[in-house]
Design a protein around this ligand. Sequence first.
Ligand code: NAD
Length: 373
Amino acid sequence: MPSVRKTADGGIVIQAVALERLVAAIFQAAGCEPAEARQVAHYMMDGNLTGHDSHGVIRTGRYVSWIGSRLFPGRRLSVVSETDTLAIVDGHNGFGQIIGEQATRIGIAKARQHGVAVVALRNSGHMGRIGTWAEMAAAENVVFIAFVNVRASLLVAPFEGIERRMSTAPVAIGLPVAGREPIILDFATAAVAEGKALVTLQGGKPLPPDVLIGPDGRRSNDPELLYGQVAPGAVANPMTGPGALRALGEHKGSGLAFVTELLAGALTGGGCAGPLPRTYANNMLAIFLDVAAFDSSEGFAEEIRNYIAFFTSSKPERPGGQVLVPGDPERAARKDRLANGVPMAAAAWEDILLTATKVGIDRAQIDRILGDT
Ligand code: NAD
């Protein structure tokens, strides 16, 4: 069976393993060691498999273009200072798919030993979908609460503002639940994550109304407000458009974004989104709570399971609708995409093929990597 098939709308559907192989080959050709390239590709694919194409392989071209300026293959996290329950760590602009895993493992290990732990991470490469790290902690029976910002990524206007003052500053909270899949709440504090606008720009799903604001104060869903006009073959840059993303949830979401900037940017020592000039990085303040230190019986899980049953039993707003728990949509997407392949808009796929060519992988090699020949 071919690993790539065309769809009626001009896009493709590709088998996840084949896509992951190609992306790993691209990063290897771009300067990563094979194991590092495989890990980067693996966690990028986690974005696609969970339905967050915005935080998946669509970023391949962008990451490759950042190598040597914002991203450095081979770099690992170092500990700036630590106590039993706190680690202040520096990612030195290594790949976020490497640094994020390292930081999360430190937090899990400390929490398992001491009940609670905080990791303050500065200077990581882009860490992709933050829920990935929440899932990793949940698999070890550890609650994860993270505030993340993106230094030098001014994309979001504050409530009642027009000009960009914040990054998309995601918040992620994971709770393990014995006998059930974990609860994973994970979202950008912008009305939509930047990558969702990139997906739209590249021919994917349209954005919801009013998630952007223009320089004239008019609300819109046109991604060009974020990127400006992008020349064919150029890497779309969200810093160059004339408008801004709006913060989620009016004053409350804007307030949450603001304090996320402060916790992730100021308390970690990594720096807030602006003012510019600053260099690009993800910073993360993550809190780890070992459930076993709080609850030696099954009380926590039982209370959550009961509450989920009560919560989801709310009568649906729309006929055929269903109340879901955070984390459920991502699990459903993973099941579907592992079984049926990953859909991708034509422009996003072309961008990956072009990036492969730029790092020296020709079409025949691509076909071999995909397993089509
Ligand atoms: P989103 O708007 O899709 O919301 C996702 C969250 O909402 C998930 O927890 C999901 O389970 C939950 N959810 C979705 N539909 C639901 C429903 N019907 N019922 C109950 N819960 C539901 O997410 P987003 O804001 O577009 O963010 C996408 C990704 O972008 C996240 O993984 C985030 O971590 C990532 N991100 C990363 C960075 C970075 O700098 N690394 C920056 C911004 C965003």
